[in-house]
Design a protein around this ligand. Structure first.
Ligand SMILES: NC(=O)c1ccc[n+]([C@@H]2O[C@H](COP(=O)([O-])OP(=O)(O)OC[C@H]3O[C@@H](n4cnc5c(N)ncnc54)[C@H](OP(=O)(O)O)[C@@H]3O)[C@@H](O)[C@H]2O)c1
Length: 203
């Protein structure tokens, strides 16, 4: 796949690198692309502006801070018909402290802002260190995803497998409440078998 990473920091850089190692073409982006040279490691990786990454890609990983989502999607240009994987979580930094935004869902808000994009919530439930150190375990960790477009979800499920995790479909985008901060699936590493046991209680 041709994948654009918007927000190539800890999480975006790590996931993009896993996809590049699996053979996908990954375009990392930044407001200062010259900072991304460490991520450009082979023929299938490149770096540029947010707009260039969005134009290049069929699938976009959005992995910037919640407070910068509007800026990032505005810099991207049209995201119509693109598959948009939302890895963001609704936290804000104030007075050097990070706090959860009550009653916010970055996934639902993003889908409302971009009705013509195919938003799939994924890659937000585990910390960067787990993605960096625990990919391709013999019993892979579950990685939850949800969305309203079946074809987009099938593509994201394959990308999850390729990055060394076990995709677990939690349903349509309204199920995002279980995956985002405060939800039972957020920040609880578990096997796909344990995850499948848990899911019926959420529906
Ligand atoms: N940290 C985790 O363990 C973790 C796990 C799951 C999900 N998440 C979520 O992933 C997101 C990123 O977290 P992180 O830890 O990876 O943060 P990070 O390392 O600080 O990376 C944030 C990235 O956002 C980009 N950015 C900032 N302002 C931007 C703008 N106006 N337009 C476009 N890009 C912008 C920055 O790129 P430039 O400055 O180069 O432009 C930076 O690379 C957050 O929403 C977080 O909740 C984090």
């Amino acid at each position: 796949m041709r994948i654009g990473v918007i927000g190539a920091g800890g999480i975006g850089g790590t996931i993009g690198t896993l996809w590049a190692k699996a053979g996908h073409e990954v375009f990392f982006s930044s407001r200062n692309p010259e900072k991304l040279s460490e991520l450009v490691t082979g023929e299938n990786t490149q770096a540029g502006t947010v707009a260039e990454a969005a134009k290049f890609a069929d699938v976009i990983l959005l992995s910037c801070y919640y407070s910068t989502i509007d800026d990032a999607i505005s810099a991207a240009g049209s995201l119509d018909r693109k598959i948009l994987i939302d890895a963001t979580n609704p936290y804000l930094r104030e007075d050097d402290k990070i706090h959860r935004v009550p009653d916010a869902s970055s996934g639902l808000e993003l889908a409302a802002k971009l009705p013509n994009a195919k938003v799939v919530k994924a890659y937000n439930t585990l910390p960067t260190a787990t993605f960096a150190n625990e990919a391709h375990r013999s019993e892979p960790y579950a990685l939850f995803y949800c969305g309203d477009d079946a074809e987009a979800k099938a593509i994201v499920a394959q990308l999850i497998t390729d990055s060394g995790f076990a995709g677990v479909d939690t349903g349509n985008l309204t199920q995002v409440i279980h995956q985002e901060p405060g939800g039972v699936l957020y920040n609880h590493p578990m096997s796909a078998t344990s995850a499948q046991r848990l899911l019926p209680s959420l529906r």
